[in-house]
Design a protein around this ligand. Structure first.
Ligand code: UD1
Ligand code: CA
Length: 467
């Protein structure tokens, strides 16, 4: 007689189980391993995106170490990350190894006929590889398909022991390898496709092993084989995908690969990256055709750059939008927006809330914060502009600053179109400079200037004959 759980399994139903409960001891970090940022996203994002793309009926996420922190990051992220498939959190109370993580996940797994089991520390896996693993598993009616890879240095990974006919016999963990086994360079990626019925039986037979008395998921393969099952090894077409991030060294390796992939995607879409070895972009960065990215440029977060721009050398741009034909040379931008044909730098800093252009110019040691710089307006040298609204065709002279902070609150400055502010002016906010007004160099402006007026607020020069 069939068990009630079996009845509820839809034929062909797929579940993806991501193991992410471990502490990540080797990272030596306060931050749970799967939340470490890479390519501008927490590591777990890549696994959830991948799982989601396989269109499973459900995604199970095994959590344990710092459970609340990991859950919160995932719950806060899922919508933004485009995760549409239901995610079930599975609480592994004691981190007793990958086998125990799967054992704790039985109620999730039993809802599915087939399960992909993967590790939260494998951010380089690609959809194409996972899809091939799954399609091969299904079309060939495999019982267990195992993603493997050949590594020049297999240290730290489970080794794949095959029969002379090439059938996978077992996986031996690194710490249990004989010298002969240690020389095997085919490794376990930690990603598997199981028929759930077989996995369920095998996982029950696991016994604790090693100095930490852990249950190894990898031992399931031998149990499945002893019941007459077959395990098929599927070597990954690109071995780098099998990287498991255990230490900060692996984290840097993974970051490098994601960076390379992002740069290749951009170059193939028509962006010139002059030196890919010295250009760093997060995975979500978008850049339009015929833009040129010079060395030493770092593009972070959700930065979006238009067509025909010149960016760098040595610019850092975070979560900013840049229109077509802009240039940003040797400058910093954060949560700022540039409209087309504007130029920034060298040596400018655009802080959050800056909106400039079209055709604006911000250069040479100017800092802008929470301000609008209108069409064709210029802040070309050594200025601080904070909480200001500057209309079109305004010229701000060298060394001019808005005195926006009175020690208690931030006050606004408004400057009308075509106003001319001379050099070294202090605009003591709140203050309004009218349309077409002129402010004499060196003035400290504390009162509003009406449209078209000339304001001078400085000591008259006296020349005295020295005795
Ligand atoms: C594991 C495999 C190894 C494989 C390697 C690939 C086992 C026993 N070994 O080793 O064969 O070559 O991955 O990268 O599976 N986890 C839990 N709960 C636990 C322990 C771990 O959820 O109690 C999770 C971790 O968060 C991690 C994953 O399982 O995402 C793998 O654990 P980890 O300790 O990194 O295993 P490895 O030593 O890398
Ligand atoms: Ca690992």
């Amino acid at each position: 007689m069939k068990s009630p759980t079996k009845k509820s399994v839809r034929p062909g139903s797929l579940g993806v189980l991501i193991l992410a409960a471990g502490k990540g001891t080797r990272m030596r970090s306060e931050l749970p391993k799967v939340l470490h940022p890479i390519g501008g996203r927490p590591m777990i994002y890549y696994l959830l995106r991948l799982a989601n793309a396989l269109k499973p009926e459900g995604i199970g996420l095994v959590v344990g170490h710092e459970i609340e922190r990991v859950k919160k990051a995932v719950l806060d992220g899922v919508k933004d990350w485009g995760i549409s498939r239901p995610v079930t959190f599975i609480h592994q109370k004691e981190q007793k190894g990958s086998g125990s993580a799967v054992l704790e996940s039985m109620s999730f797994l039993k809802k599915h006929q087939t399960a992909i089991v993967t590790c939260g520390d494998s951010p380089l896996l690609t959809f194409d590889t996972m899809f091939s693993l799954l399609s091969g598993h299904r079309s060939e009616k495999h019982q267990v398909s195992l993603l493997t890879a050949r590594f020049r240095d297999p240290k730290g990974y489970g080794r794949i022991v095959r029969s002379p006919m090439g059938e996978v016999l077992k996986i031996i963990e690194d710490s249990h390898c004989t010298p002969k086994e240690a020389a095997i360079n085919e490794i376990n990626s930690g990603t598997y496709c199981f028929e759930v019925e077989l996995l369920t039986e095998a996982v029950k037979k696991l016994v604790p092993k090693g100095s930490k008395k852990e249950f190894y998921l990898t031992d399931c393969l031998e149990h499945i084989r002893s019941e007459g099952g077959r395990v098929t090894g599927f070597p990954s077409p690109s071995p780098e995908e099998a990287l498991g991030v255990n230490t900060r060294i692996h984290l840097a390796q993974a970051e490098r690969v994601l960076n390379r992939r992002a740069l290749e995607r951009l170059m193939l879409s028509g962006v010139s990256i002059l030196d890919p070895n010295h250009t760093y972009v997060d995975v979500d960065v978008e850049i339009g055709q015929d833009s040129v990215i010079h060395p030493g440029t770092i593009l972070r977060g959700k930065t979006k750059i238009g067509k025909g721009c010149e960016i760098g050398p040595f610019s850092v741009i975070q979560d900013s939008q840049i229109g077509n034909e802009c240039s940003v040379i040797n400058s910093y931008m954060e949560e700022a927006r540039l409209h087309e044909k504007s130029s920034v730098g060298p040596f400018a800093r655009l802080r959050p809330g800056t909106i400039a252009g079209p055709r604006a110019r911000i250069g040479n040691f100017s800092e802008i914060k929470n301000s609008r710089i209108g069409y064709g307006s210029k802040v070309p040298h050594l200025s601080y502009v904070g909480d200001a609204d500057i209309a079109e065709d305004v010229n701000i002279g060298a060394g001019t600053i808005t005195c926006n902070y009175d020690g208690v609150k931030k006050n606004p400055t408004t400057i009308g179109a075509k106003a001319f502010i001379g050099s070294n002016v202090n605009l003591v906010a709140p203050v309004k400079i009218g349309r077409g007004a002129t402010v004499g160099a060196g003035s400290t402006i504390t009162e509003d200037v009406p449209d078209g007026n000339l304001a001078i607020a400085r000591e008259r020069q006296t020349n005295k004959v020295r005795k």
